[in-house]
Design a binder for this molecule. Structure first.
Ligand code: GAP
Length: 482
């Protein structure tokens, strides 16, 4: 359901390697189970990465739920009834075409061979070496699992491949437990799992990842207008958080997923090429209709206990339109199944885009006044893991005590760090690399007049600010950049 890359900018590998290296060096992202040689397609977020990704998700939740009157939140389970995946179309249709190399035994996505490398040395493109490829076969991307101790077909279900279905099956529960009226949305953030054939490009295509999805239910006929509005709203969200507009584009799909009437992707130009950050889809009433049918199939499925592929969903009949997933429109005095616009974003992809977008190198003097290359992560202050670092100039003369007091005051509201470990220039560089927007230094003058220096990460300019005004200064700095 997602597509990626084409044109690749020059020096892309070098640029990407720099970002990956920074992520590891500074505790943003590690390979999963690295100690055991690693697991392909799974990633661990370190201390800085966990904060950054949390800030990305918080910014999304704030924009999509907190700041709006027409969207409510949800946190549904990862494991769901197996019929959910039959009704949604994932059992029968959520697959990629794959080919196997008969010689090196590696498996490739038949529709995405660009950049694929065969297992023989020297490596070539699959099919261009002496290895023969099999005919394409369908490979379902869902991870199977079993509920309880038995492993027969009736206990089989899946780890969810998208969070969206948890929203659709709870549509009736949200309607009956809240005062929402059309148009309204249900939003959730959570893990999804896809057994991707070729996980690659760092976290971009993973097997375990987090989605930020919102299903916006509207009156049929108003869907196209809402679709346009959501494309614009979502694109603006990324720009407001600092993604460079000239590295973003919209791409309308010509080949649509089985549930979609129209889909537009928001793409970002990563160092490895253009990649999808988020897809906005007009899902019509497809999913609610399918679950309306699916829930009426449970009895038959239980009785037969057979393969999900063989279970026919209940037909639509006169009672169908009155089911739990329909909506009674008070104004129209009519019951119908709403249409849905879905902005579906990836928390990991957005985080990766902000990291690539923010990575920069410039020149700055070191502690001896020599110009050196400086690595700086120009993250939006709202996303920066650490908002300010508090640094005593010396480890004596009362500087540490004064700095610790400032640190404790700021810590009540913000993620801040205290560091007295090295020469001041080295400490600034460390904070630049993790994207800390402000460095607050306590020096001799602080003890005389109660002011500190505040250094701006991007301009490296320093201002003297009264200790008593620091909290307001940090607050304003974060807010003014919106
Ligand atoms: N509910 C619709 C849906 O899941 P999708 O385009 O397949 O649509 C939505 O996924 C978003 O989830 C993508 O735009 C991407 O940001 C993220 N995503 C999808 N597959 C991913 C993967 N294998 N690794 C990381 N993120 C992924």
């Amino acid at each position: 359901m997602s597509s990626d890359q084409n044109s690749t900018p020059q020096n892309s590998n070098e640029q990407m390697e720099k970002v990956v290296s920074l992520c590891k060096r500074r505790g943003f992202i590690f390979q999963s189970s690295e100690l055991y040689g690693g697991v392909n397609g799974a990633w661990d977020y370190g201390p800085m990465g966990a904060l950054l990704k949390r800030n990305v998700k918080d910014a999304w939740w704030r924009a999509m739920v907190h700041d709006r009157e027409d969207i409510v939140g949800l946190d549904s389970s990862i494991i769901m009834h197996p019929l959910v995946w039959k009704a949604s179309g994932h059992v029968d249709g959520f697959s990629d075409p794959m080919v196997d190399c008969k010689t090196c035994k590696k498996r490739f996505r038949a529709d995405d061979m660009d950049g694929a490398v065969c297992g023989l040395k020297p490596s070539k493109k699959p099919g261009e070496c002496e290895g023969q490829l099999t005919e394409p076969r369908s490979f379902n991307l869902m991870f199977e699992t079993f509920l309880g101790p038995v492993t027969d077909t009736s206990a089989k279900t899946f780890l969810r491949p998208e969070t969206a279905q948890g929203i659709f099956v709870n549509f009736g529960n949200v309607l009956s437990s809240t005062r929402v009226k059309l148009p309204f949305g249900i939003a959730q953030i959570g893990k999804s799992f896809r057994n991707e054939i070729n996980p690659r490009n760092f976290t971009f295509r993973s097997r375990e990842f987090e989605q930020m999805e919102m299903e916006f239910f509207c009156v049929p006929g108003t869907d196209e207008e809402w679709f346009q509005r959501w494309v614009e709203t979502r694109q603006k969200w990324y720009v407001d958080l600092g993604l460079k507009p000239d590295r973003m584009r919209l791409r309308a799909h010509d080949k649509l997923a089985h549930y979609s009437k129209a889909t537009t992707d928001i793409e970002y130009l990563f160092p490895f090429g253009w990649g999808e950050l988020e897809g906005i889809a007009n899902r019509t009433d497809f999913d609610l209709r399918q679950h309306q049918r699916g829930q009426r199939t449970v009895g038959k499925w239980q009785k037969d206990g057979g393969e999900l592929k063989d279970v026919p969903l209940a037909d639509e009949d006169a009672e169908f339109a009155k089911g739990k997933l329909s909506y009674f429109d008070d104004e129209k005095k009519q019951r119908y199944i709403p249409y849905v616009i879905e902005p579906a974003a990836g928390a990991d992809r957005a985080t990766l885009a902000f990291l690539c977008n923010g990575y920069d190198e410039d020149k700055a003097p070191d502690d001896k006044g020599q110009e050196q290359t400086r690595i700086v992560l120009r993250l939006h202050p709202k996303l920066a893991p650490i908002k300010a670092a508090v640094l005593p100039l010396l480890r004596k003369d009362g500087h540490p005590e004064r700095a610790e007091k400032i640190y404790k005051d700021l810590k009540r509201r913000h993620h801040v760090e205290y560091d007295e470990s090295a020469a001041i220039g080295k400490r600034y560089r460390r904070q630049d690399e993790i994207g800390t927007p402000l460095c607050i230094t306590v020096d001799h003058q602080t003890l005389q007049d109660g002011t500190v220096t505040v250094r701006d990460r991007d301009t490296m300019q320093q201002a003297r600010v009264a200790e008593t005004a620091l909290l307001a200064y940090v607050d304003d700095y974060i807010e003014k950049q919106s």
